[in-house]
Write a protein that binds this ligand. Sequence first.
Ligand SMILES: [Zn+2]
Length: 973
Amino acid sequence: MTTTKVKHGFKLIDQQSLTEIKSEAFLYEHIKSGAQLLFLQNEDNNKTFSITFATPPTDDSGCPHILEHCVLNGSKNFPAKNTFTELIKGSLKTFINAMTYPDRTIYPIASTNDADYFNLMEVYLDAVFFPNIYHQPEIFYQEGWHHELFDPAQDIIYKGVVYNEMKGAFSSPEAVIMRFNQQIQYPDNAYRNESGGDPEAIPGLTYQQFLDFHSKHYHPVNSKVFLYGDLDIDKALQTIDAKYLSLFDRIEQDVAIAPQKAFTEPVHASKSYPLAATDSPEGKYYYSMNFTHGNILDAQTTLGISILNDVLMNSAASPLKQKILQSNLAQDSFSMVDMDNLQPTLSLIFKNVKEGDIGALDSLVMDELRRLHTEGIDPKVIEAAINSREFGLREAQMGGFPKGLFYGKTALNTWFFGGDPFLYLRYEPLIENLRSNVDKAFFEKLIAEICLNNTHSSRVTMIPEPGLIEKSEKLTMAKLKQMKADMTPAEIDAMVDFNQKFLDWQQEADKAEDLDKIPFINLSDIAPEAESYAAQVEDLKDFKLIRHDLNTNGIAYVKAYFDLSHVEEEDISWLSLYTFLSGQLNTQNYSYSDLANEIDIHTGGVGVGLSLVNDYQDPEKIISKLVVHGKATLPKTSKMMELVTEASINTVFNDPERVKQLIRELKSRLEMSIMMAGHQVAIMRMLSPMSQYHKWMDLASGLGMYHFIGSLEKKIATGIGEIIEELEWIQKTFFVKENLIISITATDEEITTALPAIDLLLAQISDETYPPNDHGFTAKDFNEGISAPVNIQYCAQGGNFFRKGYSYSGKLKVLNNILRNEFLYQEIRVKGGAYGALSSFSLSGFQYFCSYRDPNLEKTLDVYDRVAEFVRGFDCSAKDLEKYIIGTISELDMPMSPERKGAIADDDYITGFTQADRQQIRTEILSTKLEDIRSYADMIESIMGNHHISVFGNETRLQEAKDLLAQITPVFQ
Ligand SMILES: [Zn+2]
């Protein structure tokens, strides 16, 4: 529809109803500046705003990423350099961040509070259009990079937040191969460049180039504004127009990305990736096959590729995935379709491959693709993949993120390239069309187009190189040493002088009048009542039923909690392995492929998990449960319960070959998660010598689990029989009726309808009873270093405050907010150059600090030692304290899906946490005083005095600090 309606400088250019997402969509163009704006009007109170700029990078210096960090450090109307952290600590946001993509930079916020929403929107618009970067070069040095030198006798080093963030990001081999694939597939356009920044190229970026990039790209004509939710659109358009867009005149600008010309023949490329100096490279190659096809504006083909990817690789029934697993040519394989690019690429990635097997692996994949193309794909697998996608789109859980964020991103996929923003939001006709084309061999033809007859493809090998990190660190150091040697004494003095002045600037507090310009809501706008989560417990014959009466859009969420009070510590890793294997093996009534298809065709997913929590009333006590869960639309509940039972209890473990293959795959998945989350490893290993809960968590999902799987893998060849016996024993021993809890989330009426289906599960459960185990636990002092092929650290320190005579209070949450966004932020990120710092005080009495992607080690531990002193002398205005309180509340008031609410209420019941406890914590937060904060100084001093530390990091750095560590454990053994 075309209309000439103009509102606050915006011309409406399109209006449509989007039934799938219950929204009315309005597309506007700002007449004077050329900006485009999309508004999705609906009843969602979690309002979202974002502004996106096209920022295709011209090199690997990470200019778009550095800019993304820098613009949030103060602007014309909000000049405080800590503006962004002020918002994090003091607003009611439900989301606030900024993201650099390969071709664009997105600045999104969300809030359920009207005033807060408009505040955040304005601060963000001011930041992107009028940042202080032009007259405060220090912002660039801090967030990007600079030469650090405080003493003429010392060595020069590189410092900068993005610099260290990317060093950490590049520590994951998966990240390296994905980035390299992109470089190979798009050699002639902007996608070949690393928008995040290659640590080796970041120091090549000059301040002037950085400013020029902003001037060129951050113009309204190059932007897309997105508004979502139940908001005052008139006020929004007026603000955006009057204060921002109307100040710009439309300019001629073309930053559009030209499509990559297809290759005339497939390309081969290779690159090294780092292993620890002592690791053997044998069998550690990565191999990847990449296929670029079509255009994001062709939704039918692109969605087709994405679903074909699920069909081929993402389910236990996936034919290609099965073929690869059975071949043993790769210990792990996964695939992805990049839907954020102009031209989508399907990448198949193989991990832990022997060099000599690469050729055979490639042939195996191509042969299987050819076979599927000629013989056809099992239509059940396709049906399963389409249904599963559709369920996800309808349920729209979005991993707990605001829905608006996801819809905005989906609109941008096409809108960004000048296409129809609604193309993928109207998913029903797309899905229907795919479904109706299954018979016409649509997916088989797609295989030929993408993989068999496509020359725009590549084969990429990543070669493991022990000691590569050390080598590249040495090169960097040598380069800087040479640079210093070439400098005159006067130049060296000037560099020291620069660093001193820079440090002064960093330490200089923002002026009160500048901070006051950042708008905040008042404490009186906060509801004093804590949210309650619907739960009604009924004692039935065989179990306790928890009803969560919530509107779930016709979906029933069912969970069965099996009591594990008879578990022993040595069973924990076995149970975790059990949960991984469930659903991936044949069962009594289904083959694993049929089971996987049935699950995707009839349900939104079923699974088994391990739940570990501390008793709220008796925090030294651990409560463990085996959780069986499933979700489906109401008419499918019986089918779901049948499948839940099959997947959890009726698994047939006696399939030695497949169990072996899956154990190898699990080992690789654990390696991946450990390398991506070094901070979690450090925290868990620091707390596990003094906490049974953390020890068990480590055994279930951390380094402890990885080492357990590593030892199983070593005896797999001879001992598979014992492994299978153990799994069968778990199956017999832990699915028992005693103390069984079942929870259902749906409307009360729906719960009653769904209830009889539970009998399908009950019929399979043993009546056996076992005496509970008394899990004695003795805390000990043990400081561990975990060495990994990385060139940054994650430094954790902490302890237990209950054991120091303190109790839990909501005030600790406010303290946590202060520490994270004030002291730790300032010392570890701003001054230390780390990407970030975490801190936590848990309900069960545990406390930790942990740095993230940190170039330092001892220096960070020194910072922790100074926290108590900071807390003791902490001072701020009444208004500032109010901000800290509001920011703390925002974490509690995140909007949640019905499924999540049900899960929280389950945990409450299991741990003995009551609504009165929740209310007390909220009241404590709201009534926090300065004296309360200061009163925790002794507690922190006492915990830090015990020096419980753990560091995940670079081997050389750990060796230098070995006096602090009882042991240095190599991460991969
Ligand atoms: Zn970043």
